[in-house]
Design a protein around this ligand. Structure first.
Ligand code: AMP
Ligand code: MG
Length: 367
């Protein structure tokens, strides 16, 4: 891959001044010319390219090292533009858009002919999202209105929640990074497949199952979201790949809080004695009781929004400190907790230890 100079521009999402506006205009020109620009959205940073230009999509796959059967999400900046990239807009799509767009939700629909297979990973469906972040919307508009943008990380690594993470993975590989500070949500969008009846959630996110059911009535959930042993292939092709993973070996420990802390400390001490560098991912309530080389607090247990926002950056910081063995607390899987646990399980390769009431240990789902 040819090394290039990556330009960085800064924007304040609450007030896009004239310098930022000018920078976003230039970013749009880069996109129209087939180049790549990373930008903040309300979920995570995206790596943008012109979705209607097959060459741009090829460049996105190359920059990320992403398998080319893993389709990209097309971002739009006006709801009515959806008509240009899908075959039809069913009535329930209007209802969902009314309720959740612009926002952290992606819909899968039958693709229009003009969307190249390079963008959809060879599928006849296309993933569409209308983000709410003001800088993202301007950049999409200046870039021609249809921007393919997967998360701006190297394939397999945790998604970027600040511009520094993007530069760690993409410096010298793309033309521009728009630095908008820390993102608001920190987990990727919810994906719902609207081509099936009832609609099916393929990836959980900030827009929860409960919220979608409120608008749509009955919906399904892809069985692979929380389980690795279903024997089925995930319906969102990207979800079958190892994902979000830190370099160190991550194990999730589930059980009553006192037992979890004791177990994690015992395991971390053994690992350390064996020459490993140890890390622990915990919540405020338990964090003071841990002993390890690197301890990361994600926030209060009941503050799921903060935990979601901190998760990927905590995972990346273990890499920065070259931690080789990581233990994490587990989270309940209702509401936003489902998205948190889905990412954590993938990061851990579904390595979970469940402690039962007697304190015995059973390893489940270990790969
Ligand atoms: P990312 O943009 O990195 O968050 O990843 C996009 C996710 O959307 C991946 O898991 C893809 O497999 C999924 N996706 C994109 N397009 C489709 C589609 N047409 N059908 C099913 N899943 C899709
Ligand atoms: Mg991704």
């Amino acid at each position: 891959m040819i090394k290039m100079r990556t330009e960085i521009i800064r924007v304040n999402q609450n007030h896009i001044g004239s310098a930022a506006e000018e920078g976003l205009r230039r970013g749009g020109e880069i996109l129209k010319a087939g180049g790549l620009v990373a930008f903040p959205t309300e979920t995570v940073y995206g790596l943008g390219g012109d979705a209607l230009n097959p060459e741009s999509s090829r460049k996105i796959y190359a920059a990320k090292g992403r398998p080319s059967d893993n389709p990209l999400i097309v971002h739009i900046c006006r709801f009515q533009d959806i008509r240009h990239i899908v075959r039809a807009v069913p009535e329930n799509v209007d209802r969902i858009a009314d309720a959740f767009w612009p926002g952290p939700l992606t819909m899968i629909l039958q693709k229009a002919e003009r969307v190249p297979y390079e963008t959809t990973g060879g599928l006849d469906t296309v993933a569409v999202r209308f983000p709410s972040h003001p800088a993202a919307r301007k950049l999409i508009e200046y870039g021609g209105g249809f921007i393919a943008a997967p998360s701006a990380n190297s394939s397999g690594r945790p998604s970027p929640t600040v511009a520094r993470h993007v530069l760690e993975d993409m410096d010298g590989r793309i033309e521009m990074v728009v630095d908008g500070g820390e993102v608001g949500i920190g987990l990727e969008s919810t994906i719902i497949d609207m081509t099936v009846t009832p609609p099916k959630i393929l990836r959980p996110g900030y827009v929860t199952r409960e919220m979608l059911e409120h608008v749509l009535g009955e919906i399904d959930m892809d069985v692979t979201i929380m389980r690795d042993d279903s024997g089925q292939t995930p319906k969102a092709p990207g979800m079958k790949y190892r994902h979000y993973a830190p370099a160190g070996r991550l194990t999730i420990v589930e059980g009553e809080p006192g037992q979890v802390t004791a177990y994690i400390n015992e395991r971390a001490a053994k690992d350390k004695a064996a020459g490993e560098k140890t890390g622990i991912l915990g919540t405020r309530e338990q964090i003071g009781q841990y002993q390890a080389d690197v301890i990361k607090c994600m926030g209060n247990r009941e503050d799921e929004e903060r935990i979601a926002r901190n998760l990927f950056s905590a995972l990346r910081s273990f890499d920065e400190e070259r931690v080789t063995r990581i233990y994490s607390e587990s989270f309940p899987t209702q509401g936003l907790g489902q998205a948190i646990m889905n990412r954590l399980l993938k990061a851990a390769g579904h390595r979970v230890v469940r402690l039962d009431e007697a304190g015995e240990r059973s390893m489940e789902q270990e790969q």
